[in-house]
Design a protein around this ligand. Sequence first.
Ligand SMILES: *Cc1c(COP(=O)(O)O)cnc(C)c1O
Length: 375
Amino acid sequence: MFISVSKELQDLVPYKAGKPIKEAKRETGFEKIIKLASNENPLGLSKKVEQFLQQALSNGFRYPDPSAYDLRQALGKYYSISPENIAVGNGSNELIDLLVRVFCDPREPYQAVLTSESAFVAYEVCAKANRIKFIQTPMTADYKFDLKEMKKMALEQKPRLIFIANPNNPTGTYVSHNELEEFLRETESLKDTLIVLDEAYYEYVQAADYPKSFELQKEFPRLVILRTMSKAFSLAGFRLGALFADISIIEWINKVRLPFNVNSLAQQATVIALSDKDHIERSVRLNNEGLNYLYTELKRLKIKYWPSQTNFILLELPQVTQKVYERLLQQGVIVRPVLNYNLPHCLRVSVGLPEENQFFIKCLEKSIIWEMQGE
Ligand SMILES: *Cc1c(COP(=O)(O)O)cnc(C)c1O
């Protein structure tokens, strides 16, 4: 290009989202496409949210509430947290970006963002887009965040932000309460470092030793917790993320964020989605059944997978992954290659409705047979 940009931006690879259904329809000519590529809730909108939306549009000429008062009240009640300790954003992605913009100074060469390799990609994009040094430690052999290595690097490099995706996307693995508590204790000397726990899949987690993060936050006020409405709450298209932290952190974020960063429909839809407990319960139950079905079938097909605490599974294939991805697409199934996460032999598959999961397995089996026969 004819115009220069900083080194960090030259390194950036544009975010590659899951292929949209319309695009797959255009490319394959199929009417029926199933998308298991973006970890959305296959049940769709909560019926309560859908009913509300039909009459909510007429208020669209008004600016949204810049303080998101009702929404923060509702979130506070739902999570038993004071609304003063909550900030909301245009998806948790915006909150990740805000944390970097507020707490890392690009003029200071030693200020860094630390996370693990194969962590959710937004941390890297936001760090580099803001010209912040980005550092990573390797995953453990079983694809978990290596908190021991992260601790060593943290004590050495004193990053401003440490991102822990728990459970992580795209691996579906998690760190336990005790592991996290030990990490927080051992990094307590880093007074200018925030530890950001991204719990986007919180509602889906089944593990008994999963961290009780709000409890830990009471003891470790430098712990920041992120949740999202994009997954179990079925509101990915509305864009709503929530950040829970010490009031001083919330105040800094409020100074820097755009005044109307969360639109009015997202604010109101979230209040209603939080009240629809039945929808959440159904979503989690469906997900557990889907995971169990997929585990059984993947075992039958002798395909390696990582047990997941989320609404997706990471698979490892002996074949060239891109080929299998394309073969699935030819049959009308969109999944997610994870080359950009440095996992070239893996595919990430979201849990769908029972018939979608069955169709995926049928197509996967065919794709693998075709690949083996070299057709
Ligand atoms: C999906 C996901 C999010 C959610 O991002 P939004 O911007 O809230 O849609 C955040 N973190 C992780 C690890 C995710 O997988």
